[in-house]
Design a protein around this ligand. Structure first.
Ligand SMILES: Nc1nc2c(ncn2[C@@H]2O[C@H](COP(=O)(O)OP(=O)(O)OP(=O)(O)O)[C@@H](O)[C@H]2O)c(=O)[nH]1
Ligand SMILES: [Mg+2]
Length: 371
């Protein structure tokens, strides 16, 4: 994509337009960079860009500037351009001002990040200030979030802890050239020591202004695995999420130990749905769930399924952002729906699609609550 075309699309996203429907997902990684004002986030972003370019990686930067679009973007742009990326096609910088954004800063920056990832950049860095809802939203859409702290904010660590500790995948103590860097690292380590070892984010020290420590940080970024995103919130053709997979079993008691004891999945609920002639066990599976279904009457749907096809996957339930739109497309394509969308016990809309239309699996499509 040409820079001018990309800039035009970015402006459209900032103004609330959905992403182009033919935009590919892209292979790149989205990296959130957040922390208190003045921590050196922009300088660090610039240093990371330098290091990534040195490794021949392309990178886009989204900077959320709460104060002024003109100066914020210019500052970040200058930091990076100063370091000789002016006219570099492998770098693309966009700043978002609070006032320019429609539908929330978080949403806008996520949309921009997805746009740049779709445009093919290897990395997309999203800079935001603080630990508010926007940062949490961005963190949940990013493949990793760097939290940038600086020496001398000891007491602040306690204060910011609540919001920021959960979203940090990597801590960076920047301005390590200043007094108190060791103490800052120690305090962080002390705070983190409360959580299990394998869940503790690594801590890096950097001097963003001269690039010290940045290569080590980028080593980690370069080896990140893309995260499975729960919500690609700005996908026009809604990002979908498997809500649960329904599995027909002859006996819950015999089947459950595999899931709970051996797989180590949490049993969320067990219930009997009399009017459907089924006993259900819900298990947690990350953002999704596994639903085990055991028939209680010989004429129930599950009993008949077992008779015909034996134990196994009975249905897949998918959550979508815009159920009416999906139903519309299914109908237009002549898919076989089992009735019209109806309301479930929780008030949500859902519809079933016959296996004949889906390649052999019964699909349950559910309207996502968040929309
Ligand atoms: N001594 C020292 N100064 C630094 C370092 N990194 C950044 N700075 C300086 O800190 C100041 C703030 O840097 P920025 O990169 O603008 O910080 P920021 O976190 O992006 O700031 P906001 O976007 O306004 O929240 C600038 O004057 C930088 O030159 C560092 O590692 N050491
Ligand atoms: Mg900044």
């Amino acid at each position: 994509m040409r820079p001018r075309e990309l800039a035009r699309l970015a402006t459209a996203v900032e103004n609330g337009s959905p992403l182009p429907s033919d935009l590919p997902h892209g292979h790149g990684l989205i990296i959130g960079v957040t922390g208190p004002p003045g921590a050196g986030k922009s300088t660090l972003a610039g240093a990371i860009v330098n290091e990534l370019r040195r490794r021949s990686k392309t990178v886009a930067v989204v900077a959320v500037d709460p104060t002024s679009k003109a100066t914020g973007g210019a500052i970040l742009g200058d930091r990076i351009r100063m370091q000789s990326h002016y006219e570099d096609r492998g770098v693309f910088i966009r700043s978002v001002a609070t006032r320019g954004a429609t539908g929330g800063l978080g949403r806008t920056s996520i949309g921009l990040a997805q746009l740049f990832r779709g445009a093919g950049f290897d990395f997309v860095i999203v800079e935001t200030v603080g630990a508010g809802q926007d940062e949490i939203d961005i963190a949940s859409s990013a493949d990793a979030t760097l939290v940038v702290l600086v020496p001398g904010m000891g007491d602040d660590v306690q204060a910011i802890k609540a919001g920021i500790m959960e979203i940090a995948d990597i801590f960076v103590v920047n301005k390590a050239d200043r007094l108190g860097a060791d103490q800052m690292v120690n305090e962080l380590e002390a705070t983190l020591s409360l959580s299990p070892e394998h869940q503790r984010p690594p801590i890096f020290r950097t001097v963003a202004t001269n690039g010290t420590g940045v290569a080590e940080l980028v080593d980690v970024l370069a080896h990140l695995e893309p995260r499975l995103h729960v919500a690609d919130t700005m996908k026009p053709d809604p990002g979908w999420l498997i809500d649960h997979i329904g599995i027909a079993v002859r006996s819950l008691d015999q089947s459950l130990p595999f899931y709970t004891d051996q797989m180590g999945m949490a049993l969320l609920a067990r219930e009997t749905v009399d009017h459907e002639g089924v006993r259900v066990a819900m298990l947690s599976a990350g953002p999704s769930r596994i639903e085990l279904l055991e028939p209680t009457t010989p004429d129930s749907t599950i009993a008949r399924f077992l008779e015909k096809r034996g134990p196994g996957i009975h249905h897949i339930a998918m959550r979508v952002a815009d159920l009416p739109a999906v139903v519309e497309r299914l109908k237009t394509a002549g898919a076989r729906l089992l009735g019209e969308p109806r309301q479930g016990a929780g008030g949500h809309l859902y519809v079933f699609v016959h296996p004949a239309s889906s390649g052999g699996v019964l699909w349950e499509i559910i309207q996502d609550r968040g929309h």
